[in-house]
Design a protein around this ligand. Structure first.
Ligand SMILES: [Mg+2]
Ligand SMILES: [Zn+2]
Length: 191
């Protein structure tokens, strides 16, 4: 069970290496939130009822878990800095998220949030701070065995700046689990 600090993206504790990581195709799978796991909507997700998971999202997270990859949520939430999203609301939304995942046997290993306004920090994507922090916390993980799944060019830019791979998901008619299956299959054929 993730702590409230973790759900708020405020934990700096080590991320444990998952059981079964020895045979995993990647050490870390970094997942964007809005537009990748859940439906992107105008404004900020302030109410848990507004968190609607995309098709294949739960299956994708579960596939990563079962493959032995640690799954880290990496999300910009500028609404916190703008006073349009409170920590209490974010906590409720993330509790709902892990509840929905957990009910279907999928889990996040860590959550990292950039709560800052644009151009005021090193962690807001497209900068690489959230990725560097994930790699710092998961000291056993290698950048070359880390991939970020996101729906925006800023996700790919952050991944590039952080020295990790990336896959742009979210094309119409596709589902996240299909991207993960393809990613893992691609990895297997290269080995
Ligand atoms: Mg997104
Ligand atoms: Zn930041």
């Amino acid at each position: 069970m993730l702590s409230d600090a973790e759900l708020l993206g405020e934990s700096r504790m080590p991320i444990p290496r998952p059981a079964g990581a020895g045979g995993a195709p990647y050490d870390l799978v970094l997942l964007d939130r809005d537009g990748t796991l859940n439906v992107r909507r105008p404004g900020y997700v302030t109410d848990p009822d507004d968190l609607v998971l995309l098709p294949g999202a739960v299956e994708a997270v579960r596939a990563c878990n079962r493959a032995g990859c640690a799954v880290v949520l990496i999300t910009n939430q500028r609404g916190l800095a703008r006073g349009e999203l409170s920590r209490t609301q974010l906590l409720a939304v993330h509790r709902r998220l892990i509840g929905e995942l957990g009910r279907r046997d999928a889990r996040l290993d860590a959550v990292q949030v950039c709560p800052h306004e644009k151009d005021t920090c090193d962690c807001r994507k497209p900068r690489a701070g959230l990725i560097r922090e994930a790699l710092r916390r998961a000291s056993w993980a290698r950048a070359g065995r880390t991939v970020l799944l996101g729906d925006q060019p800023t996700d790919a830019a952050a991944a590039g700046a952080g020295g990790v791979g990336s896959v742009l998901v979210g094309a119409p008619g596709t589902s996240l689990d299909a991207f993960v299956a393809e990613l893992f299959r691609g990895h297997a054929t290269r080995v």
